[in-house]
Design a protein around this ligand. Structure first.
Ligand SMILES: [Ca+2]
Ligand SMILES: [Ca+2]
Ligand SMILES: [Ca+2]
Length: 228
């Protein structure tokens, strides 16, 4: 905002927070409060402590974020194209219908709704409705489906609600989950299947189990070759 616009709105061009309520002038315009009144709605709660739903669309990625929190949280959100190494794996590439995005917010929020654009040429028409938003799980080191994500096949976006930020992408649920259906040797137990996907190291769970002697005198499982 330039000085003449500030003057037209009776705000001080030298102060980023004219009414000293903790919400900067440009943020006041974003959330619709009065930059010259510290308590716009007169309820005794400062404008900066009021809860607002704010939205931002990242121009470079086309990702839209709608967040609910105190002040202009959307103004504190950043979206960047992710470069996580898991994106290079065949199972992610095969199922992927969008880039992956790293979300960050330099402010607290209660809920966020993210809308991720996808490339519909990456999926067959019958699979398009089964696209889903996936969140990178740091503990499991893989993408996990976000519950209740929705597909807008007209605008080619997948929308999901989340309480916290991480890396998100759009995957074909069918293709992504089919890697679990690959023929595995009968002798594999479920836990073994889980820990060897994508050549990942054994999970923390299995490491913990091994260390709790003398619970099981079982020897280390024999090495298994992985067939693809
Ligand atoms: Ca203010
Ligand atoms: Ca104000
Ligand atoms: Ca108020």
């Amino acid at each position: 905002m330039n000085d003449s616009a500030e003057l037209a709105n009776e705000t001080d061009p030298l102060s980023p927070d004219t009414d000293s309520d903790g919400l900067r002038d440009p943020d006041e315009y974003e959330v619709g409060t009065d930059p010259t009144d510290p308590d716009t709605d007169g309820d005794g709660v400062l404008d900066s402590d009021e809860t607002f739903a704010t939205e931002t669309t990242d121009e470079e990625t086309g990702v839209t974020v709608n967040v609910t929190g105190e002040g202009n949280v959307a103004g504190a959100v950043s979206v960047n194209t992710s470069s996580r190494t898991i994106l290079e794996t065949a199972s992610v590439r095969n199922a992927s219908a969008s880039r992956a995005y790293d979300f960050e917010a330099e402010a607290n929020f209660s809920t966020a709704t993210i809308s991720l654009p996808y490339n519909d040429s990456r999926v067959s028409a019958e699979n398009e409705t089964t696209l889903g938003a996936y969140r990178y799980n740091e503990t499991l080191q893989t993408f996990v489906a976000v519950t209740n994500s929705t597909v807008d096949t007209r605008n080619d976006t997948v929308t999901a609600e989340t309480p916290h930020f991480s890396t998100y992408t759009v995957l074909s649920t069918e293709t992504w989950e089919s890697r679990f259906d690959r023929a595995l040797p009968d002798k594999w137990s479920n836990t073994d299947n889980f820990s060897t996907l994508d050549g990942r190291k054994r999970t923390a769970t299995s490491r913990r189990r091994r260390s709790t002697a003398p619970e099981s005198p079982r020897a280390t499982p024999p090495a298994r070759s992985r067939r693809r």
